[in-house]
Design a protein around this ligand. Structure first.
Ligand code: ASP
Ligand code: MG
Length: 442
């Protein structure tokens, strides 16, 4: 069971988490926790303060943690475990303020304090309410990573190391493990990237062959659309790993694709739940999700895309032309999101705000190039086996709204159909699609 920072933001939240965990103790869960509230951001800010202004200031971090400890009357934990960590953090910041250097390695060490504090407070709290618990740092539980300090990859050995550690532990004590952090082979602390606690949890569950992993967030699960745009967005009850991964590329409301991978590999279901509303059924992410009638699971979109159209008669019947063309984008480190080609033309979509002036000049040597910013990409996640049905609905909606689709991509992925349009009406299209597929039929 993984709980994120906002599920642990204050004493009240800790009580709710305990209630949730208590109902599931018979399943013998392991807990993975993020840093409390926005501690990770506070740590990064403290690092910046130390380096820029030479000031060591952990007042907000101390207040947040000591406040919770005082409210929960966990004073013993403070003297034995929390105080030394806060002292260590202060020394580190003093070091940073003196040498005026904050390398990726030090940054990972710096942010590790968030999770190290949260698991210790949680273990003291659980024990105080009669649930015997023990805090553990992930690196003592088999989480071994490479040395990419701020976005480390777990090493394959972890698949063996983790279960070896856990399976040798007694059953009757709740293990509370730090999310987000690991160590490399030289014993340096690393982090798995922002939001990386989800990956800790899914990896742990997958490596140990758990029955399921529950990721407790502050929303009712994965939603069928962005609720800021689509008021009637609803939680998706069941979705496949592939669909969830496809959706995650378009929307940050869900798990990071990286966090889904271990469970997909081990076929362990992921349940996304809301700690603020535990009654809600949440979203199950599984291998296959049959028996559904709605061909669509979710609709997502992204703005700020740029369409690059290239036409060259040299391309006709040629080989190697596409390779040459793409090599320009590779040289400029530009990531291409979508491609459509015909005999003599290629259209590509870039979804970052690159400066395209130089590449335009280069490409113009081999093709006539036109660049159109201000595009949006709409992604329909669902059963592409029913693509004609999805397309016919979608096209009718676009026609009705006077929107011209400028590029379509389907086939590369079996769960995802994308189309490109001008950005101005994308929200309207998404709303209407949602109404058509999710609301009118209900
Ligand atoms: N505490 C880390 C972060 O805020 C990791 C996590 O929350 O998953 O990014
Ligand atoms: Mg966090």
């Amino acid at each position: 069971m993984k709980f994120g920072g906002s599920s642990l933001a204050n004493t009240g939240r800790f009580h709710s988490v305990a209630e949730i965990v208590r109902t599931q103790l018979h399943h013998r869960p392991v807990l993975v926790l993020s840093a409390i509230g926005d501690t990770t951001d506070l740590l990064l800010e403290a690092g910046e303060e130390a380096i820029k202004n030479g000031v060591v200031d952990i007042e907000r971090i101390e207040k947040l943690h000591l406040g919770i400890i005082a409210e929960m009357k966990l004073n013993d934990a403070v003297s034995t475990e929390i105080k030394p960590l806060l002292e260590e953090l202060k020394s580190l910041l003093t070091g940073i303020s003196l040498i005026k250097e904050l390398t990726a390695r030090t940054r990972a060490y710096l942010v590790s304090f968030g999770e190290r504090l949260s698991v210790r407070i949680a273990a003291a709290y659980f024990s105080s309410i009669g649930i015997k618990a023990q805090a553990a740092d992930a690196w003592d539980m088999g989480f071994l990573s490479d040395s990419n300090f701020t976005y480390a990859e777990l090493k394959d050995e972890s698949w063996e190391l983790i279960p070896n550690k856990f399976l040798s532990l007694g059953d009757n004590i709740l293990q509370i493990v730090t999310g987000f952090i690991a160590k490399d082979e030289n014993g340096n602390i690393t982090t798995l990237g922002r939001g990386g606690s989800d990956l800790t949890a899914t990896m742990l569950a997958a490596a140990c062959g758990a029955r399921e992993v529950q990721v407790w967030k502050d929303v009712d699960g994965i939603l069928s659309a962005d609720p800021r745009i689509v008021k009637n967005a609803l939680p998706v009850k069941i979705i496949t790993y592939e669909e969830a991964i496809a959706l995650a590329y378009f929307s940050d409301q869900v798990l990071h694709p990286r966090a889904i991978q271990p469970c997909r590999k081990a076929k362990i279901p992921i349940l996304v739940k809301n700690s603020y509303n535990p009654q809600a059924s949440g979203t199950r992410i599984v291998m296959t999700a049959d028996g559904k009638t709605n061909p669509i699971k979710a609709i997502a979109f992204r703005k700020n895309a740029t369409l690059v159209d290239m036409v060259s008669y040299r391309m006709h019947g040629q080989y190697g032309f596409l390779a040459e063309l793409f090599s320009y984008f590779a040289r400029h480190c530009m990531s291409i999101d979508m491609v459509a080609t015909s005999e003599v033309s290629v259209s590509i979509l870039l979804d970052m705000n690159y400066d395209l002036s130089v590449i335009k000049e280069e490409l113009s040597r081999i093709a006539s190039v036109s660049i159109s910013p201000g595009k949006a990409i709409v992604a329909i996640i669902g059963d592409i086996g029913r693509s004609s049905e999805i397309l016919s609905h979608s096209l009718r909606i676009c026609e009705h709204l006077g929107v011209q689709i400028q590029m379509i991509s389907q086939g590369g992925s079996k769960v995802n159909l994308n189309f490109i349009m001008d950005v101005d009406k994308v929200e309207e299209v998404v709303e209407k699609l949602h109404r058509d597929f999710f609301e009118d039929s209900k």
